[in-house]
Design a protein around this ligand. Sequence first.
Ligand SMILES: Cc1cc2nc3c(=O)[nH]c(=O)nc-3n(C[C@H](O)[C@H](O)[C@H](O)COP(=O)(O)O)c2cc1C
Length: 197
Amino acid sequence: MKKVLAIMGSPRRNKNTEKLLDFLLDGIKELNYDINKIIVKELDIHSCTGCDHCGRTSECVFKDGMDLLYEGFDTSDIVIFAAPLYFNSINGLSKNIVDRCQKYWSIKYTIGDNYMRGKDRKGIFLSVGGAPYTHNHFSGTLPVMDFFFRAINCDYKVNYLVSNTDKNPIVDNVNIKNELFQIGKNIDNNESFYLHR
Ligand SMILES: Cc1cc2nc3c(=O)[nH]c(=O)nc-3n(C[C@H](O)[C@H](O)[C@H](O)COP(=O)(O)O)c2cc1C
């Protein structure tokens, strides 16, 4: 069975970020996927200290909640990362996960080993921002997510971004719910797209 790793990076449960993720997962549930949803704030995850242990050993020096995510990265066909916009970037809780993926960068570029090369893996980014729509509202997040998905060797296929969530919470938005359900149901399509609502 194919596997989905779904990362919920907001510190707030059942708010905009988690709703967005759940709407997408509701669609994916129509398919035959094993879905592993992880609530980042429930895990105890140390921040990267730049010690370069991973550059010498391929392993992170810390044994903590990140082990669950490493296992997910190492075994999933689709990685979905849902994170809210904080100060024009992904929030710190989520960025901490990204930094701890230095291990994968080290495996490939310091140690020179293969990590998931040639595997058909898909990366999906979902985000919400409280401020009203501007065309470049999420532009601070995109290079971070691009580098993250490259590090874990996922093909960064989908951005689904929603502005104005402080005024119009996702929970009330039937259009977004329906759209994400359809995207989820068709997740095996190999299209790349960028949707900003
Ligand atoms: C510390 C902090 C920084 C934020 N920075 C931004 C920002 O730069 N741009 C923006 O549009 N919204 C910003 N917001 C608003 C959040 O993106 C918005 O409330 C979002 O819905 C939070 O996601 P959640 O509902 O899943 O918790 C910020 C919120 C917090 C708490």
